[in-house]
Design a binder for this molecule. Structure first.
Ligand SMILES: [Zn+2]
Length: 57
């Protein structure tokens, strides 16, 4: 998939489950832009993901 920031096709996706939420972490190997996607709630801020992690303990 393409990077939203630089348009390069160098985005890697890492899927994980946090607090029962399917979360996809995307990182561009070229410009290092990062984003998170959550299956239910669409795009999530890094703060939101960290909140989920904290909830999990
Ligand atoms: Zn990029």
């Amino acid at each position: 998939m393409q990077c939203d920031a630089c348009g390069k096709d160098t985005v890697i996706q890492i899927r994980m489950e946090i607090s029962g939420e399917q979360v996809t972490f995307q990182r561009c190997g070229f410009c290092e832009a990062k984003s998170w996607d959550v299956a239910d709630s669409g795009e999530l801020s890094l703060e939101g993901v960290l909140d989920l992690v904290r909830t999990t303990g």
